[in-house]
Ligand binder design. Structure first.
Ligand SMILES: [Zn+2]
Ligand SMILES: [Zn+2]
Length: 175
């Protein structure tokens, strides 16, 4: 994917202010935000500063982040937003396929694909370290669709969440 703006683009002032503390926007986050902006422009939807800011927080998080956690991070910034504002921003990002909701954790993570479309995804949730890994296996999504169709059921949304032990934790347990 070719990005307009590129890596030289500066972090907006509001975001830089919120970057104090644990939040540290890497070049990767900036690149993904720029890609999201380009995708929204292509789709003709508004990628407002708040939406960009919330997506930036989700992408910069170490793991899944809750709406409450986001509100906490927004507190004290100029985005001292009311919960409905944040929920609306999250809904927008979900609809655009820029983030996913991990139902099991009631939390949000950025989509690895970062594409402006929703897609069926599977999540591997580590019970030991809490890491969540996104898997986009079309064979799994197709199998779910077929199984539902066999019952005459039309699925609108399917999130598959698998709890267990990640490779890193399994490795450290073996030593
Ligand atoms: Zn995804
Ligand atoms: Zn783990």
């Amino acid at each position: 994917m070719t990005l307009s703006g590129g890596a030289a683009r500066l972090i907006p002032r509001g975001m830089a202010a919120a970057a104090q503390g644990s939040l540290n926007h890497s070049a990767d986050v900036t690149r993904r935000l720029d890609a999201a902006a380009a995708a929204c422009e292509r789709d003709g939807v508004r990628f407002t500063e708040l939406r960009r800011h919330v997506l930036g927080l989700v992408l910069a998080a170490e793991g899944p982040v809750t709406a409450y956690g986001l509100l906490d991070q927004l507190r004290g910034t100029r985005w001292n937003a009311a919960p409905p504002t944040v929920y609306r921003a999250l809904d927008f990002l979900l609809q655009q396929g820029l983030i996913h909701r991990v139902e099991r954790l009631n939390a949000f993570i950025g989509c690895d694909e970062g594409a402006s479309h929703t897609h069926a995804a599977q999540f591997l949730i580590c019970n030991t370290c809490g890491a969540v890994d996104e898997v986009d296996d079309h064979a799994v999504a197709d199998a779910v669709g077929l199984a539902a169709a066999a019952k005459g059921f039309t699925p609108a949304h399917a999130t598959i969440e698998i709890e267990g032990t990640c490779a890193a934790c399994a490795g450290s347990a073996a030593h």
